[in-house]
Design a protein around this ligand. Structure first.
Ligand SMILES: Cc1cc2nc3c(=O)[nH]c(=O)nc-3n(C[C@H](O)[C@H](O)[C@H](O)COP(=O)(O)OP(=O)(O)OC[C@H]3O[C@@H](n4cnc5c(N)ncnc54)[C@H](O)[C@@H]3O)c2cc1C
Length: 400
């Protein structure tokens, strides 16, 4: 019988970050990182951007290489997923039948692309590195691509595919792009940008069926195409937790310390459902995977601190960038920037900043969004007229 280890299920971003943090923080016991993909932990944002374009490869998105994992004594089990958990016995079983005992367990199983009921050869999804490679090889100049879903994955693929010379149509069922998470004014800006780049964006449309060389819409229209990319969200990998009797909502439920109802089991990343502003929710962002992976590791080592990091995400499309931080509130102030970019400020009733969203060429809004993060933490009441005025520097507001 080997000594019980700390085990991380899911060798993605959150799981990989947790494993590296455990070693950085001095944990010297047995540490096992179990993944079902054949790769070392990697970051997914480049999958719809640099990796599809060919400017980044897997090594360029990886958190570390296998030599580093070995050097750190992190046992990486790849391509042999966990089949079941046995919390009362503090053990789990791998797909090959092997049982492993744990002293502490982190569930960082992320999610998979939500699929259409109909499987077909010309339909591709994008969640993993291998799916990105399959898509990359299909994005040839002149290829006619229909993208189902006008959320971030669909829009980033559209931008990259246009850059590679594909003909692109985006089908969005709702009335605006990325409508679940963005303000209408930003959805409008995205729509304009994609149309300027020659993407045929169709809103309020529903897909009837997919065929070998066309898709049919509910209104009877046929759109000829060579390839369909489906970006209709992701499905959290909660099945292990459900079968083990852990509390699950839209994701694996944790308390403020990222601990599930079972004291030696934690969850982090896309699969983790935690309270933010009183409501249970999941975050599907790089920033959350990074912060929660690290935080769960620290708490597994006994740090026992509440998770309080601000949420945030970014998206790059063509040569424009979007960045958000904090939370959206009904009280919004907007600032139009001289380069046609936009900053949105979300205030509470006392005019303290709760969240912000920046949209601009390249990385131009990064500095302002960073300052917004500091304004959120400072909790000072702000004058909406000053926020709206592009001549008033946010640094100045920060100084009070
Ligand atoms: C194409 C794409 C582009 C993105 N772009 C951005 C962006 O621009 N900005 C941003 O903020 N966020 C972006 N994201 C989101 C961000 O990448 C995710 O939020 C992040 O990867 C979540 O990390 P995670 O570790 O929770 O999950 P994952 O990275 O999904 O890792 C979970 C791992 O666990 C494995 N697993 C599942 N079940 C088991 C099992 N039973 N046994 C073993 N292993 C298992 C999974 O296969 C996977 O490898 C993007 C995501 C995608 C897919």
């Amino acid at each position: 019988m080997m000594t019980a280890a700390l085990i991380i299920v899911g060798a993605g971003h959150a799981g990989g970050r947790a494993a590296l943090t455990l070693r950085e923080e001095g944990y010297s016991g047995r540490l096992i990182l179990i993944g079902d993909e054949p790769h070392v932990p990697y970051e997914r944002p480049p999958l719809s951007k640099g990796l599809l374009q060919g400017s980044v490869d897997l090594a360029g998105c990886s958190l570390c290489d296998s030599a580093r994992l070995a050097e750190l004594g992190i046992e990486h089990i790849a391509g042999n997923p966990v089949r079941q958990l046995d919390p009362p016995q503090h053990r789990l079983q791998l797909a090959d039948g092997q049982w492993l005992s744990y002293a502490g367990l982190l569930l960082a199983t992320g999610g998979r692309a939500r699929r259409l009921p109909q499987e077909q050869a010309n339909v591709l999804y994008l969640r993993t590195h291998d799916e990105a490679l399959a898509l990359k090889s299909a994005l040839r100049p002149g290829a006619r691509l229909v993208i189902v879903g006008g959320g971030f994955i669909g829009l980033e693929v559209a931008a990259t595919a246009r850059g590679l010379g594909c003909e692109v149509t985006v089908l969005e069922a709702g009335p605006r792009l990325a409508g679940r998470v963005l303000a209408p004014v930003i959805s409008e800006a995205l729509l304009k940008l994609h149309r300027q780049h020659g993407v045929d964006v169709r809103l309020n449309v529903a897909l009837e069926s997919i065929h070998a060389e066309a898709v049919q819409l509910v209104d009877g229209q046929w759109l000829p195409c060579d390839l369909v990319v489906v970006g209709i969200g992701m499905q959290p990998n909660i099945e292990l937790a459900v079968a083990a009797g852990l509390e699950v909502g839209q994701g694996i439920r944790v308390d403020t310390h990222l601990r599930t109802g079972v004291p030696d089991i934690y969850a982090a990343g896309d699969v983790c459902e935690f309270r933010l502003g009183g409501e249970y929710q999941r975050q599907e962002t790089w920033r959350n995977a990074e912060a929660q992976g690290r935080h769960a590791a620290l708490n597994m080592l006994g740090r026992d601190e509440p998770f309080e990091a601000l949420p945030g995400f970014w998206s790059d499309q063509y040569d424009w960038g979007l960045q958000t931080v904090g939370v959206i509130t009904p009280l919004t102030v907007s600032r139009v920037l001289p380069d046609a970019g936009l900053l949105l400020f979300y205030l509470d009733a006392d005019h303290r900043l709760q969240g912000a969203c920046g949209w601009g060429p390249g990385n131009s809004v990064a500095k302002d969004v960073k300052l917004c993060e500091r304004l959120i933490s400072a909790r000072i009441a702000l004058n909406p007229a000053s926020l709206a005025d592009p001549h008033v520097s946010l640094k100045h507001l920060l100084r009070g």
